[in-house]
Design a protein around this ligand. Structure first.
Ligand code: HEM
Length: 278
């Protein structure tokens, strides 16, 4: 029987959380200690917690609204994510462009295969986590129609039939999958941030990248990774509503903690994206 493990007393942010932890972590390939991912961020989290607490108090006093708040929490997540794009990625981006602009990318099939293999590992992991649902609220995100694992499996099989050797997963995918597994058991707000960013990024910038790469090296072949059953905008809208509903039960501190995780989501996904050019 699943044992109910109380959340750590040393995690005051989660004291009021609606999430209940059901199972202990069970990891297949995570040999890297979770602390390696979180050590540097623990410090900044401590700092930012202090900032968040004082900001919340100030916000309460002045009834400050967070950008996007009136529309629901997904809009807040989107606002933070869009600012983290570079100016050449999106007109809403605020970061200086780094590396080659996408228009000048010279991808290789080998690099793209590494990207697809690592992406599959990340989607397998996300889809396994919501299936297992160590926090019951994750179950809301089963069978959303946004799942990418099956499509990617078909694509890799197609490449295999074309005579390409399918590589094993590489460090960027392994690191991210490992981080997600650990996070999903300990920090639901941060996990949901990665869930949102991974699926929504793929439906936006990810599709643009897919089209560009297909034009350059796949004779415009559209991979299953970029096809959804049904109306994508409706699928996305359904998931937005579920995310908004889950976040309605979060305290302001928990919401801010989720938003603060966006940067890590960009860092991990960015490393996987860069495989395309490797
Ligand atoms: C080369 C890399 C990327 C490009 C070119 C790109 C481009 C874009 C574009 C054009 C949009 C649509 C903006 C709109 O609604 O008008 C978008 C949305 C978005 N991107 Fe990216 N992006 C990239 C990487 C990323 C990464 C690494 C993440 C995070 C892991 C991310 C997260 C998001 C999110 C959450 C949205 C909002 C989607 C929505 O509102 O439905 N993007 N991106």
């Amino acid at each position: 029987m699943a044992s109910i493990t109380p959340l750590s007393q040393s995690q005051p942010l989660y004291e009021k959380t609606q999430f209940t932890l059901l199972k202990k972590p069970q990891n297949q390939f995570c040999s890297i200690p979770f602390s390696r991912f979180t050590q540097s961020s623990k410090l900044s989290l401590k700092k930012s917690r202090m900032v968040v607490v004082s900001a919340t108090t100030a916000a309460e006093k002045s009834n400050k609204r967070y950008p996007g708040e009136a529309k629901g929490f997904v809009e807040e997540m989107r606002f933070v994510a869009m600012k983290l794009h570079t100016r050449d990625q999106s007109k809403e981006g605020e970061k200086e462009p780094e590396g080659q602009p996408m228009a000048k990318w010279e991808p290789s099939v080998e690099g793209y295969l590494k990207f697809l293999v690592d992406s599959k590992l990340v989607y397998d992991t996300l889809e396994k986590i919501v299936e297992k649902a160590p926090f019951p609220e994750y179950a809301e995100f089963r069978n959303t129609g946004l799942e990418r694992s099956e499509g990617l499996a078909k694509d890799l099989e197609w490449f295999r039939q074309q005579g390409y050797a399918i590589p094993g997963p590489s460090a960027p995918g392994l690191n991210y999958a490992c981080y997600l597994e650990e996070l999903s058991e300990k920090d639901p707000q941060a996990f949901i941030c990665h869930f949102y960013n991974t699926y929504f990024a793929h439906s936006a910038g990810g599709r643009m990248i897919g089209r560009k790469v297909a034009e350059k090296i796949l004779n415009k072949k559209e991979l299953e990774f970029y096809k959804w059953d049904g109306d994508l905008s409706q699928l996305l809208q359904n998931v937005r509503e579920k995310l908004n509903k889950v976040a309605e039960n979060w305290t302001r501190e928990e919401k801010n903690h989720c938003l603060e995780e966006t940067e890590k989501s960009f860092k991990f996904s960015g490393e996987i994206l860069r495989l395309i050019l490797s």
